[in-house]
Design a binder for this molecule. Structure first.
Ligand SMILES: Nc1ncnc2c1ncn2[C@@H]1O[C@H](COP(=O)(O)OP(=O)(O)O)[C@@H](O)[C@H]1O
Ligand SMILES: [Ca+2]
Length: 461
C-alpha cells in the first residue's frame, strides 16, 4: 500500500547482506507520525543479482559493484528531494561471520568495498557492519511484533524463528528464568519491559547444515581406492539423483573441521528414504551435554517454547514449496516422506521452472526444519499449530531489517507517548479554565494596586 496523503513521507534503506544473497529493502513512513506503531511500511525490495557479499572474498571489488542495479532502483523509487535525508544501512549476517572467522582481512576488504559503493549514491550513508547473531534474532522479533501491532498492547508477543543459509535464530519471551546471560536481551518499548530469550546457531542455517550432514556421512565412509570418486549414498536426496561434486565445493567451510574428509570427486547418489534422512540429520545436533536445567542442542540453554511463533525466511520458502504450512506434525512427516521417495526424474518434470539446486534440496531442507523444530527446539504435535510459516505481515517482509532500522532511527520510544492526564476534550477545557483563572487573578491584583495608589495620592493631598 502506498501512502497517498499529501503529507511528506520519510524513507529508509536497509541492505540485508545474507550468506546466499543480498536484498535491498526500502521503507516509507509519514513524516509527522514517526512515533506511532504500525506506521512504517515496506515500499519496495530489490534482490541483488548473484551470490552473497561473502562470496566475493577473492574479488572484494565485485561485492560493492554487485549492489549497483538495486541502488539505482532505490534512487528511482525515492523522490529526489528526500534522497539526502534517507539513511542507508547495510547489515551482514552469517556468511560474513564465517568469512571473518576464516579470513578476517578478506572480510574487512569486502565490507570496505560495499561501504565505498554505498557512499557513491545520494543517500545518507550510515554504515556497513556484520551484525551479531543476537541482534539478528532480536531485531527479527521486533519486526514481527511491530508489524503485528503487539508492542503497545497488553496482548502476548510472537516468537520469531529465522532460518538462513548459514545460521538460524530462535527468539521468544519465555515463561521461565533465562539461565545464561548470553541468551538474554532486555528491551523497553512503549513503556513495556520485554525480557527475551534469543539464540543464533552459527553453521545451522540450511546450507551449512547440509554440508555438516554430508561431511558426517563421508567421515563414516572408509575409502579404499583413492583414485575413484567416493560414493556418497544420501537418503535425503531423491532416488535417481546422481551428481558428481568436488569435495572442495562441499567442504570449503569453517563449519566443518575436515580432519578425515576426502578430497577429489564425490559421486552424490540419492536414496530417497525419509526416516533414514531424519536419522542422519539428528547426528548434527549434539545432545550429550547440558550445563543448565534444559538445553536445545550443542549445550545451549533453552527454556520451553511458549506462545505463538512466526517462522520466516527459509522456514517459509521450504515449507511453502512443500505445501506443508498448515498440516499437523504427523501429517507433515507423512507427506514429506512421500515427497522424499519420489524419483528425481518426476520431480524435475513436475517443476521445470524451479532452479535444480533448490529443487534437489527440498527433501533435505524440509526434514532438517522438522528435526530442528521437534528434536532441537522441542516443539511437539500439541504446539506445532502455534508455528505460522510466514513470508510477510501486511505488505512488509518478516526479517531482521525493519527492526534494525526502527532501532537505529529511534522510531520505537522506550516510554509510552506523552499523553495528557485527561482525555483530549477535558484537557483543553482545563487549560482554558486555568488561563481564565490566571487572568481574573491578574485583574484583581491590578485593581487592588490602582486603588491603593489612588488612596495614597489622596492621603498626600
Ligand atoms: N525460493 C527458495 N527456496 C528455497 N530456499 C530459498 C529460496 N529463496 C531463498 N532460499 C534460501 O534461504 C536462505 C537465506 O539465507 P540468507 O539470508 O542468505 O543467509 P543467512 O541469514 O544465514 O546469512 C538460503 O539458504 C537460500 O538458499
Ligand atoms: Ca537471513
Amino acid at each position: 500500500m502506498r501512502l497517498t496523503s499529501a503529507c511528506t513521507a520519510v524513507y529508509g534503506i536497509v541492505l540485508d547482506a545474507g550468506s546466499s544473497h543480498t536484498s535491498v529493502f526500502i521503507y516509507e513512513w509519514p513524516a509527522e507520525k514517526e512515533n506511532n506503531t504500525g506506521m512504517v511500511q515496506q515500499l519496495h525490495t530489490c534482490n541483488v543479482k548473484g551470490k552473497g557479499i561473502s562470496s566475493y572474498y577473492a574479488n572484494p571489488d565485485g561485492a560493492g559493484k554487485s549492489l549497483h542495479e538495486c541502488m539505482m532502483e532505490a534512487k528511482n523509487k525515492i523522490p529526489a528531494n528526500r534522497h539526502s535525508e534517507t539513511p542507508v544501512y547495510l547489515g551482514a549476517t552469517a556468511g560474513m561471520r564465517l568469512l571473518k572467522m576464516e579470513n578476517e582481512a578478506a572480510s574487512e576488504k569486502v565490507l570496505a568495498s560495499v561501504e565505498h559503493s554505498l557512499k557513491t549514491y545520494p543517500f545518507s550513508y550510515q554504515g556497513a557492519r556484520i551484525i551479531s547473531g543476537q541482534e539478528e534474532g532480536a531485531f527479527g522479533w521486533i519486526t514481527v511484533n511491530y508489524l503485528s501491532k503487539n508492542l503497545n498492547k497488553p496482548t502476548g508477543t510472537l516468537g520469531a524463528l529465522d532460518l538462513g543459509g548459514a545460521s538460524t535464530q530462535i527468539t521468544f519471551v519465555p515463561q521461565q528464568e533465562i539461565e545464561s546471560n548470553d541468551n538474554s536481551i532486555d528491551f523497553r518499548l512503549y513503556g513495556n519491559d520485554y525480557h527475551l530469550y534469543t539464540h543464533s546457531f552459527l553453521c545451522y542455517g540450511k546450507d551449512q547444515a547440509l554440508k555438516l550432514s554430508m561431511g558426517m556421512k563421508l567421515e563414516s565412509t572408509r575409502v579404499a581406492d583413492k583414485t575413484k570418486p567416493i560414493e556418497l549414498r544420501d537418503p535425503c536426496f531423491h532416488p535417481g539423483y546422481n551428481f558428481t561434486k568436488t569435495a572442495q565445493s562441499v567442504f570449503n567451510t569453517p563449519c566443518i573441521n575436515g580432519v578425515n574428509l576426502p578430497t577429489g570427486i564425490i559421486s552424490h547418489v540419492g536414496l530417497g528414504n525419509w526416516s533414514q534422512c531424519q536419522q542422519s540429520i539428528r547426528k548434527v545436533f549434539n545432545i550429550t551435554y547440558c550445563a543448565y536445567s534444559k538445553c536445545s542442542f550443542n549445550g545451549v540453554f533453552q527454556p520451553s517454547v511458549d506462545g505463538k511463533f512466526g517462522a520466516f525466511s527459509a522456514f517459509f520458502f521450504v515449507m511453502d514449496f512443500l505445501n506443508l504450512t498448515s498440516d499437523s506434525l504427523d501429517g507433515t512427516k507423512q507427506r514429506l516422506a512421500k515427497y522424499c521417495s519420489t524419483p528425481w526424474k518426476e520431480i524435475v518434470e513436475k517443476y521445470p521452472q524451479i532452479k535444480q539446486k533448490y529443487l534437489s534440496e527440498y527433501c533435505f531442507s524440509g526434514t532438517y526444519i522438522l528435526t530442528l523444530l521437534e528434536d532441537g527446539y522441542s516443539f511437539t504435535s500439541d504446539n506445532w499449530k502455534d508455528i505460522s510459516f510466514i513470508k510477510k505481515i501486511g505488505d512488509s517482509d518478516a526479517g531482521w531489517t525493519l527492526g534494525y532500522m526502527l532501532n537505529l532511527t529511534n522510531m520505537i520510544p522506550a516510554e509510552a507517548q506523552d499523553t495528557p492526564l485527561m482525555p483530549d476534550g477535558g484537557y483543553i477545557t482545563f487549560m482554558l479554565l486555568f488561563t481564565l483563572l490566571i487572568l481574573v487573578l491578574l485583574l484583581m491584583v491590578f485593581i487592588y494596586f490602582r486603588r491603593s495608589t489612588r488612596q495614597a495620592q489622596k492621603d498626600i493631598i
